[in-house]
Design a binder for this molecule. Sequence first.
Ligand SMILES: [Zn+2]
Length: 53
Amino acid sequence: MNHNFCQSCGMPLNATSLYGSEQNGVKNEEYCIYCYCYENGQFKQPFFLLLFF
Ligand SMILES: [Zn+2]
């Protein structure tokens, strides 16, 4: 077993699609896409902004 785990929520990152990605497209293997909050440098779900309006 050589699974990485999200350093934030502990989610097992057993698939590269679960890794967050930096703006330059490099996968970040420390955090999952949910905790990293964005993919390819762009926020996927900026819903938290809408909560303030
Ligand atoms: Zn996470």
